[in-house]
Design a protein around this ligand. Structure first.
Ligand SMILES: Cc1ncc(COP(=O)(O)O)c(C=O)c1O
Length: 387
């Protein structure tokens, strides 16, 4: 019920704390299956200070607009481009929708089709439905990357573009983006890379010596990349990123916003009013941590993943789905549903999907949390798996 009378702030806060006591929090170390994390305190400070900035009306906040452009260029830079065109958006979902929208608008095809791996995130299902684009799912190979030959077989006159994933949601697998890029160039199609998760991991992992193929604008067929600062970028939700190689991809999705207080603009994002503070926080975190700061975060996450994968292999009845590529480790067990239920009952924030449980080594996940989880997993599997 909408209250008639107001209540003191302290009392409201107490009630809110009570009501949210059942929430799992990232600092508890119990959330092992999420791509979000506890944001960096500096980013939280930025959000608080610049909370009123609205990039939906950038004519009012021209300084913030320039900072967003700089943030986009720094991300483009990380992804192998001198200058990029895009926005800090609400997340990977919006970024993927914008890419599909751009490809569709530029293609001028009556019955548009998009070819994407079967491992693609469900945001593309939303994109397809909203934009009237038929999704054509390409098969995966045994190593869980997309079968590029199957992608080629599926290309028709109606194809508006291809999608590759750099860090799949389930397994953190990186598709053969160089081969997809070549294919895209051969057929004159744009390639979108969904690096919502991998974008803030792969460049640093490569610098650390992990062998991961190129996945970004260094490959000429890649025309857009999703890269989410609110995943491994340590920025608070909401902060997704969409970067296009050329301005025309952004122009193809821009509509005129005629009545704004700051003056007319062309707007490409799905959201109108949108948090400028998020873009400022992305800029600030990149400046604050720098390449070396992110590399250190990724180093820890990658090392922990390899250690954890090794420990999983020692547990009878537990099967690693594949050696980790990034900082995601997925495993299956016999009686998976019972195991999942029991682990959840013990308070773990995990879930089983497609026949496995995935653990995402986000910065809030520490070795002691994983040791506790392994103890529980050993106990649960002993009881849940029939001899
Ligand atoms: C590969 C990939 N793309 C897109 C998304 C969607 O991101 P968001 O939840 O920020 O909209 C996710 C989310 O997990 C993802 O893993």
């Amino acid at each position: 019920m909408f209250p008639e009378k107001g209540t003191h702030e302290e009392d409201v806060l107490d009630e809110l704390r009570l009501k949210t006591r059942e929430d799992l929090t990232f600092d508890s170390g119990k959330i092992l299956g999420s791509m979000c994390t506890y944001p960096h305190p500096f980013a939280v400070k930025i959000i608080t200070e610049f909370i009123d900035r609205n990039l939906g009306d950038p004519g009012l906040h021209t300084g913030s607009r320039k900072v967003e452009e700089e943030a986009i260029n720094m991300l483009a830079n990380l992804l192998g481009l001198d200058k990029g065109y895009g926005h800090i958006v609400s997340g990977g979902t919006e970024a993927n929708i914008l890419a599909v929208r751009s490809f569709r608008n530029l293609a001028d095809v009556e019955e548009p089709e998009l070819i994407l791996p079967k491992s693609a995130h469900f945001s593309f299902i939303k994109a397809g439905e909203m934009l009237g684009v038929r999704l054509v799912w390409a098969e995966l190979k045994d190593d869980h990357t997309v079968d590029v030959r199957d992608v080629e077989r599926k290309i028709t006159d109606n194809t508006i573009g291809l999608v590759g994933i750099a860090g799949t949601t389930g397994l953190g697998v990186v598709d053969d983006i160089p081969a997809l890029s070549d294919l895209a160039l051969d057929y004159g199609l744009p390639l979108h890379v969904d690096a919502a998760f991998g974008g803030f991991v792969i460049p640093f992992a490569k610098a650390l010596g992990y062998e991961i193929p190129d996945f970004d604008f260094r490959l000429k067929g890649v025309k857009s990349v999703t890269i989410d600062p609110h995943k491994m970028g340590m920025v608070p939700i909401p902060a997704g990123g969409i970067i296009f190689r050329e301005k025309r991809y952004l122009e193809a999705i821009s509509v005129l916003a005629p009545y704004l207080a700051g003056g007319k603009i062309w707007q490409a994002t799905i959201t109108g009013t949108r948090p400028g503070a998020s873009a400022l926080a992305v800029w600030a975190m990149i400046k604050h941590l720098g390449f070396n700061g992110y590399k250190e975060i990724v180093r820890k996450a990658m090392e922990l993943s390899r250690w954890f994968a090794g420990e999983l292999k020692k547990i009878p009845g537990v099967k690693l789905i594949r050696e980790p590529v990034l900082n995601i480790v997925s495993f299956s067990t016999e009686n998976l549903e019972a195991v999942e239920e029991e682990l959840k009952r013990k308070g773990w924030g995990i879930s089983a999907h497609r026949g496995y449980i995935r653990i995402v080594m986000m910065p809030h996940v520490k070795r002691e949390h994983l040791e506790e989880f392994l103890r529980d997993l050993r106990e649960v599997t002993v009881h849940s798996i029939k001899p």
